[in-house]
Write a protein that binds this ligand. Sequence first.
Ligand SMILES: *Cc1c(COP(=O)(O)O)cnc(C)c1O
Length: 460
Amino acid sequence: MLDDMVDHLQGRRQQPVWQPLPPDVRDGFRQPLPVTGAAAEDVYARFRETILPYSTGNTHPRFMGWVHGGGTPLGMLAEMLAGGLNANLGGRDHAPIEAERQVIRWANSAFGLPETAGGLLVTGSSMANFIAVLMARRAALGQDSRKTGIGNAQLTAYASGGVHRCAPDALDMAGLGSDALRRIPVGPDFRMDLAALRAAIAADRAAGFLPFLVVGTAGSVDVGAFDDLHAIADIAETEDLWFHVDGAFGALAALSPKLSPKVAGMERARSIAFDFHKWAQAPYDAGCILVRDQADQIATFASPAAYLTATARGLSGNAPWPADLGPDLSRGFRALKLWFALQVFGADRLGAVAEQSCAVARHLAGRIESEPELELLAPVPLNIVCFRYRAAAAETLDALNAQIVADMQEAGLAAPSTTVIGGHLAIRAAFVNHRSRTEDADALIDAVLATARAAVSQAV
Ligand SMILES: *Cc1c(COP(=O)(O)O)cnc(C)c1O
């Protein structure tokens, strides 16, 4: 299995990025529950035939859709070791918990948070942002609100219009309703309009709402924009709001001397959500919530239970337990792949991967600007390029660009995704994978032009 997987990763560039599941393969997943066991070799053969060729494709250098990391063989091996240990990181006194604490301390120091800071590894930034909303909610309503709920409090939160959809979802899950999130308009640079933010807070206060949270975005999912985090931190201070940063992928710009000015002010946040499974290339899943003051985390999540009480001695020692820092009790050893990666690659090499993705994005933007049939639909401040094919009748462009993307994906040539920018459907190429090079951006241009020309000539 190990040899096959290493070969698979090594030959990835020569394979299609993605291929749709044939119907008979999909049907194979509808078999009834096996009552008697089968030989592991036979089931492994089934894995090679029906799963391996039909994965998302994010290990491929020409996968550019959404925001997906590429993973590493080192991460794969660490996952194997973690599986062998079968550690439960909910609590108790064992080295795997120290490894997670070390990873959290490394992340806090990389982002400039103080010694009081804490954090927790979670599935992804969706969960990390949710945890931040829960901490901010408790800070606004007081400790009793954990027992009594939110009552009649009309809490409101603020984020840029480009905020990830998990932010309104987090408010919904926190019982505040997604309408509690005020989406502040962005300027032409896709950063939150700060005058509009101040005005929205003032209007809400005047109307009897209780503003409690402002979310700064570090690397927006559409175009890779960074809000002015220092300015937002100032406003949060004046207005007494919890300042949270969603830096799902962009926070890791802090690891690159070239990119780190973009996250200036992030070190003033009370909490930061980010993912190791995006720019840091850890295998899924590896999200992280960092908290400026670990006391906020404990106050939000710790609960007494006789069968889960930490003691001064023995295996029940080592408080505070991770189970008191977030919603999960049983937790796997996600930290091990990060403990390996941060030591083997070092912060510098992870920062260099971020820089390389931005260089590939700039190369792609340059190619688009020199192709008359293509146009950029947004600036390229980071690693994300939004553009479209424009050499057809204006009213057909949205459908045509959607078709180009689906055709390229199904042909296995390249896998960008789509978004909507300024009312236009955009082809969106996000460079996150450490394997992507300028030649992959060139291949995307070739594929877009060939696919578009074929589609246009067929339509005529
Ligand atoms: C990916 C992303 C998220 C969600 O993170 P998951 O790890 O997918 O849960 C949130 N915000 C931004 C800006 C993202 O890019």
